[in-house]
Design a protein around this ligand. Sequence first.
Ligand code: HEC
Ligand code: HEC
Length: 327
Amino acid sequence: MKRVLKFFGWMVGVIVIIVLCFVGFVLLKWDQKYDAPYPELAASSDSTLIARGKYLVYGPAHCAGCHNTAERSLEVDNGKDLLLIGGAEFVFEPGVIRSRNLTPDLETGIGKLTDGEVARVMRNSIGADGRPIFPLMPFQNMSDEDVVAILSYLRSQEPVNHFVKPTEYSFMGKAVLAFGLIKPEGPSGTPPKSIAIEPSEVYGKYLANSVANCVGCHSPRDLMSGEFIGPKFSRGLEFEEAPGANFITPNLTPDPETGIIADWSEDAFVARFRAGRLYEHSPMPWGSFARMTDVDLRAIYRYLMALEPVSNKVEKTQYMLEVNPVN
Ligand code: HEC
Ligand code: HEC
C-alpha cells in the first residue's frame, strides 16, 4: 500500500513539474519576435496608382471592410467609402484579433510606420514590432505594383485619430505562438513586379489566391494555425456568425456533382457578384466583391473553372433556423 501511494506521489509530482515547465515555456516564448528585410517599396502620389490602390482596398482586397468597426464595416458593405479607422474584432480560439487603424494618423494609425514596415506586414506577415501577424491577410505574393498602389492610397487618406486596443491572445493562443504554429509566412517565390489586368486564368489565380482570399475561406484549414489541410477551393470553413446563422463555404471547384458554380455560365457568375449579399450574416464580403470590375470577375471564373474538380458535397451553405434574407 505504502509503495503504491509513494508511486502516485511521484506521478503527481512529475505531472506538476511537466505542467509548470509547459506553462513556463509558453509564457517565456509566446512573445517571440521575427525578422525579415523590409520590402523596398514606397508610396507614390501618382493619381493612377492611388486610384488602383483605392479599387483594391474597397474591392477585391476588401481591406476597408475588415479595417473598420463592425457597424462601419456594414456601411462599407453597402457601398460607402469609409476611411480605414480599424476596430473590427475577430474572436477565435487563439484570441481576440483586432484590425488596426490604417489611416495616416501619427498617434493611432500608420503615420509612424514606414512604407517598408506596412509593406512587410503584407509581404511577410511580420508587424513593425516583430510579432507574427495573425493569418487573415493573404497578400504575400501580391505584385510590387499593387502593394505600392495600396500604400499610396493608404497614405492619401485623411488621418483619423481612433485608438484600437491591441490584439490579445488566450493561453491556448499563446501556446500556439510559443510552439511556432502561428508564424509569419513570406512570399512563395519572388512576387511579380506587375501583373496584366485581363480576363485570364493567370490574373484570376492571382486575385483568388493573393488578393481576394477566396482560397482562405473556401479551402479546408486547421482553425488553430490557419494551415491548409485539404484540396484548395474544395469547400472549407464553418462560420458561426450569429445565433441561428451558420455558414459553410461551398466547393468552388468545377466538379459536376458537387461544385456550386460547375453549371454556372460566366455571365451568371458575374451577375451573382453584382447581386451582392443574399444572407444578412454571411461572412463573405459580398459588398466589396460587388465593386469588382467585369474583367476581374471573369478572370476569377476562368481560373476556378480550370481547377482540378474535387468531389466534396456541401449540403447547404447556409443553415439552421431563421437567417434573415436581406431582401
Ligand atoms: C479579413 C480581414 C482583413 C483584411 C481583408 C485585411 N486586414 Fe489587415 N489586419 C486585420 C487584422 C485582424 C489585423 C491585426 C492582426 C494581428 O494583430 O495579428 C490586421 C493588421 C494589419 C496591419 C498591421 C498594422 C500594425 O499596426 O502593425 C496592416 C499594415 C494591415 N493589416 C494592412 C492591410 C491591408 C493593406 C489590407 C488590404 C490589402 C488588409 N490589411 C486587409 C484584418 C484584415
Ligand atoms: C470571409 C470568407 C469568404 C471569402 C473571403 C470568400 N467567400 Fe465565397 N462564400 C463564403 C460563405 C460563408 C459562403 C456561403 C454563404 C453565402 O452564399 O453568402 C460563400 C458563398 C460563395 C458562393 C456561392 C454563392 C451562391 O449564390 O450560392 C460563391 C460562388 C463564392 N462564395 C465565391 C467566392 C469567390 C470567387 C471568392 C473570392 C473572390 C470568395 N467566395 C471569397 C465565404 C467567403
